[in-house]
Write a protein that binds this ligand. Structure first.
Ligand SMILES: Cc1cc2nc3c(=O)[nH]c(=O)nc-3n(C[C@H](O)[C@H](O)[C@H](O)COP(=O)(O)OP(=O)(O)OC[C@H]3O[C@@H](n4cnc5c(N)ncnc54)[C@H](O)[C@@H]3O)c2cc1C
Length: 416
């Protein structure tokens, strides 16, 4: 693995950047692989990394139709937390938070994980009941979460207005101190570099256009760069999962909708944590560059358009200014959208499909960035062994037939 000393960085600067080693290769696709992963977001790249590192499966290609990390991984607001309600969720998301805590060291790549605390605001009696239920359930599962009064919430996040005359007054908050943020691109880059160093081919500008199935078993994929045979195929394509599964002949219980976000002009450090308000529907943190990172809600209709919309912007900024009037004169810099794949119970699907040796990891909806390391880790196990890891065993596609849902939709109404 390439390491740079201060001298080599200075030498490269003086030689006009001619002798840099690329962080990963750009190989031509081989005719056949043991595993083809479709989608080079954090989950797909992480899956390839753990396949190589933990299961010794290195004859792997990650195929990406655009550029690495250009999907939701590079578009999200990077909130990391594990304070979900149900036992299954606590196990999955906390597995991830534990991996986040050591990820920079694991990858020898600074993913800038910053456990600055995620605070979820309560605005009414219903919120208080729901969040207290989360606090107690989380503690039973060994996941940190604590209840704060409005005054304690303000002490934790001084820019927060707790004016009781507000339309949606803050009446308390649930705080997960181990939650926080990370640098989204770095996660994709770190996993890509680690996978590449172990022999994985990361192939960009290679769209999968067909999935070959013979006798109920996957045999390969068709791509814009030719046919590739594969013993196993793993679809990790977020908002485009249902398109790919249709190619393999089955339908998924997913809806794809745009989710929008925006950032402000940069400013000096002023915002110490992450704050979310499900009721007024906005969430906020400050990036290391100084921009306020603001998340909005999903569009009301299914679509593959990655554009931002003025009405969502207005609604979100109204909510932010109600909570943080201090930012009323701050200008916004840019907005964008990403296509998220939403399941009926707002929990992911990680496992087998009706086609043998074809696996799927999807349905993360508005909240899968936080799960990147944990999801990739258990999915690599599933693909390598052909059966789920105990942590993702409940996250089957079948649950929508059997009714064994993991209903975080009803539990929280929002899942960033
Ligand atoms: C605005 C926004 C804010 C969000 N905020 C948060 C947050 O704060 N916290 C959180 O936990 N989550 C958040 N999320 C959700 C999170 O971003 C996703 O759940 C997560 O990044 C999904 O990662 P992924 O690797 O599965 O998908 P992606 O990063 O989308 O990767 C999938 C890849 O598959 C590729 N692909 C698709 N079709 C094909 C094909 N046919 N052939 C080849 N490649 C293909 C795509 O180009 C893409 O690069 C947010 C999402 C958005 C859009």
């Amino acid at each position: 693995m390439q390491r740079y000393s201060i001298f080599s960085i200075a030498r490269n600067a003086l030689t006009n950047h001619k002798n840099w080693h690329t962080a990963w290769r750009s190989p031509e696709p081989k005719p056949a692989y043991d595993v083809v992963v479709v989608g080079a977001g954090g989950h797909g790249l992480g899956t390839a990394y753990y396949l190589a590192k933990e299961h010794g499966i290195t004859n792997v290609a990650v195929l990406e139709k655009g550029w690495l990390g250009g999907g939701n991984t590079g578009r999200n607001t990077t909130i990391i937390r594990s304070n979900y309600l149900y036992d299954e969720s606590a196990k999955l998301y906390d597995h991830s938070v534990k991996l986040w805590e050591g990820l920079t060291g694991e990858l020898n790549y600074n993913v800038m994980f910053s456990p600055r605390g995620v605070m979820m605001l309560a605005h009414n009696v219903h919120d208080v009941q729901v969040f207290k239920r989360h606090v107690y359930a989380n503690r039973l599962n060994g996941v940190d979460n604590e209840w704060l009064t409005a005054e304690q919430a303000k002490a934790f996040c001084p820019p927060l207005s707790i004016d009781p005359g507000a339309r949606y007054p803050v009446v308390g908050a649930a705080l997960q101190r181990r939650g926080g943020t990370a640098r989204h691109d770095a996660v994709a880059w770190g996993y890509a570099r680690g996978a590449d160093a172990r022999g994985v081919d990361v192939i960009q500008n290679c769209e999968v256009t067909g999935i070959d199935v013979e006798g109920g078993r996957v045999t390969g994929v068709q791509t814009t760069r030719g046919a590739i045979r594969a013993k196993k195929v793993a679809i990790v394509a977020a908002g485009h999962t249902s398109v790919l599964c249709t190619m393999a002949g089955f339908r998924m219980p997913l809806e794809s909708v745009p989710l929008q976000a925006l950032v402000s002009e940069p400013m000096k450090p002023v915002f110490p944590c992450v704050v979310m308000s499900n009721a007024v529907h906005a969430y906020l943190s400050q990036s290391d560059k100084g921009e306020l990172v603001i998340g909005a809600g999903t569009d009301q209709y299914v679509s593959y358009s990655q554009r931002g919309g003025v009405q969502i912007l207005e609604h979100t900024l109204e909510a932010i200014l109600e909570l943080f009037p201090i930012f009323s004169r701050c200008r916004m810099l840019r907005q964008w959208g990403g296509i998220v794949d939403v399941t009926p119970d707002r929990s992911p699907i990680i496992g087998r499909t009706p086609v043998e040796n074809l696996f799927v990891n999807c349905g993360w909806g508005t909240g899968g960035f936080k799960a990147t390391p944990g999801s990739a880790h258990v999915f690599a196990h599933t693909v390598a062994k052909g059966e789920p890891h105990p942590i993702n065993a409940p996250y089957t596609l079948d649950r929508f037939k059997t009714g064994r849902l993991i209903d975080e939709a009803a539990a929280a109404a929002v899942a960033h």
